[in-house]
Design a protein around this ligand. Structure first.
Ligand code: AMP
Length: 308
């Protein structure tokens, strides 16, 4: 099934307790598309970069099977730039710089060959642009999933709430869920957020795994205990990529299949954090992915009989 990905394609500069990078390739849509390339075939990207964005990075996406006809290159403009610094626990970070640049006036154009997409992943971007993409699709996709972040809650909450009314699955982290709902309990937060529109909600909890909510059902997935988390940047987007591309591959949007998608998302995110930026997401093998998914199954399966 075809998958349409939108989101930032960016330069990032990252500081972790392990080191520091200069500008490297990043952006939500970059991580989502790269990860998706391992699970599904028909991946179409709508995004924008400036003339400073190296062609080799676009070629890399193409080599990985991502169609970039919908990637606009704005002459005379600069790409989105984000810089962040992680705390010692690697679970929290401070945003140091957000330069919207080309994102400021991004007008997403959907090539006609992308119009028949069945699965839509609205990666982190202005909620107004996310809404424009939904409105510009002639037919509503089978499933619309979306990510967002505190930055947009702070500056565009009304737009964000309007966009939430139009989507099926929201994927955010625990801190964002608390900010959006005003509730500390994640169970309470999930109810408040699902009342805003999305019937399904995934709350990512970093090294503590992820929760999937739908109706009265809750599924809890672990995160893989890793000896070393090198750089968490893009873990959330890698999760989203694994989640949506597993659904696109299996073309099954039942709650049970979403549980499997959460495991695939978690597995792909666990690769992402092993190296800086997107480095670990290039050249993964089928065998590595399968054995990582197996590790998740083993981690949380238990043979138990109830005592009477
Ligand atoms: P994650 O670590 O999964 O939350 O995502 C990190 C990525 O999000 C980085 O590669 C950034 O380029 C991108 N990013 C950070 N802030 C924003 C923003 N306000 N809008 C869109 N993308 C962003």
């Amino acid at each position: 099934m075809s998958l349409l990905v939108i989101g930032s394609v960016a330069f990032d500069a990252i500081e972790t307790p392990f080191g520091k990078t200069d500008k490297i390739i990043g952006g939500a849509a970059t991580y989502i598309s790269m990860v998706s390339s391992y699970l599904t075939n028909d991946i179409n990207l709508v995004a924008v970069v400036g003339e400073d964005f190296p062609a080799e990075h676009i070629n890399l996406l193409n080599d990985m099977g991502v169609d970039t006809e919908g990637l606009q290159i704005k002459q005379g403009e600069k790409s989105f730039f984000w810089s962040g610094r992680y705390h010692n626990d690697m679970n929290s970070r401070d945003t140091l710089i957000t330069e919207l640049n080309v994102l400021e006036n991004f007008d997403p154009v959907i090539p006609s060959s992308y119009q028949d997409c069945q699965y839509l992943m609205l990666g982190n971007l202005s909620p107004q642009v996310q809404m424009t993409v939904i409105n510009r699709l002639e037919n509503r996709p089978k499933l619309v999933a979306m990510d967002t972040m505190n930055f947009w809650m702070d500056i565009a909450l009304d737009d964000l709430k309007s966009t939430l009314e139009k989507i099926d699955v929201l994927i955010i982290n625990d801190e964002e869920a608390r900010q959006l709902s005003g509730e500390y309990s994640l169970v309470r937060a999930s109810k408040v957020i699902r009342d805003m529109g999305p019937k399904y909600l995934v709350i990512k909890k970093g090294e503590h795994g992820a929760l999937l909510f739908h109706g009265n059902n809750i599924f809890s997935a672990p995160a893989l205990p890793l000896e070393e988390v090198f750089d968490p940047t893009g873990a959330g987007d890698s999760f989203a990529g694994g989640f949506i591309s597993y659904l696109a591959r299996t073309d099954d949007t039942s709650f049970d299949n979403m549980k499997r998608a959460v495991i695939y998302g978690s597995a792909m995110a666990s690769f992402c954090v092993e190296k800086f930026g997107t480095e670990r997401l290039v050249g993964l093998t089928e065998e590595e992915i399968q054995s990582r998914v197996q590790a998740f199954i083993s981690l949380s399966s238990v043979d138990i009989s109830l005592t009477s």
